[in-house]
Write a protein that binds this ligand. Structure first.
Ligand code: FES
Length: 193
């Protein structure tokens, strides 16, 4: 399709989020039917082959989650605070949600606009169960729809909230990658001391 070619041509060689242009092209070549057949729609990473280098970290259990009760974890590194993230069972199906109901998602907690904290260390986590959003950001009020890839719903951010890619194995939930660049990082996988 003409539109798809244009998108691929404008994709940078390495956006810093672990997705190269080649990997995007490979992902684009895989049709919806192939994804369904391969099991990728059941909780595997949504972008085939793009999560190379990310650790596989146990972050929670399906049975340990209650609807609209977020749990805090850090990923892909344990510190500093820019890696604080929220794991939440939405109670409604979500884009790239995992678990039996496809409603478990996770997002990094730094606002992509200028780094406002949505998952601060004092645990005043900014999540609203009624609207399935994270925010508003304490700095300029950006709000993100976590049922729909962290899409901005209001205010200043021009990027989605980075979504943590999840896998479920038995009752365990693992973080296996990140879609989008975490605020302040030239690369999500760059080691921060
Ligand atoms: S830093 Fe979040 S809206 Fe500006």
């Amino acid at each position: 399709m003409e539109v798809k070619k244009k998108e691929i041509a404008e994709e940078p060689e390495d956006c810093g989020c672990g997705v190269t242009r080649r990997q995007v092209m490979v992902g684009a070549a895989v049709g919806t039917a192939a994804l369904a057949a391969s099991g990728l729609v059941t909780g595997k990473p949504a972008i085939a082959g793009s999560m190379d280098g990310y650790p596989r970290k146990l972050i929670g259990t399906v049975s340990g989650l209650s609807t609209d009760q977020p749990q805090v974890f850090t990923y892909p590194q344990d510190a500093p605070s820019i890696f604080r993230s929220a794991l939440v069972k939405l109670g409604v199906p979500a884009v790239d949600g995992v678990g039996p109901e496809g409603d478990i998602v996770a997002f990094n907690g730094r606002c992509p606009h200028q780094g406002g904290e949505l998952v601060p260390e004092d645990d005043t986590l900014r999540y609203d169960g009624a609207s399935k959003t994270m925010g508003p950001c304490p700095w300029h009020l950006s709000t993100f729809d976590v049922s729909n890839e962290g899409m901005i719903t209001s205010a200043h951010s021009t990027q989605n909230l980075p979504q943590i890619v999840l896998e479920v194995e038995g009752d365990n939930i693992y973080a296996v990658g990140v879609k989008g660049l975490i605020y302040g990082m030239p690369s999500n996988l760059m080691q921060v001391s």
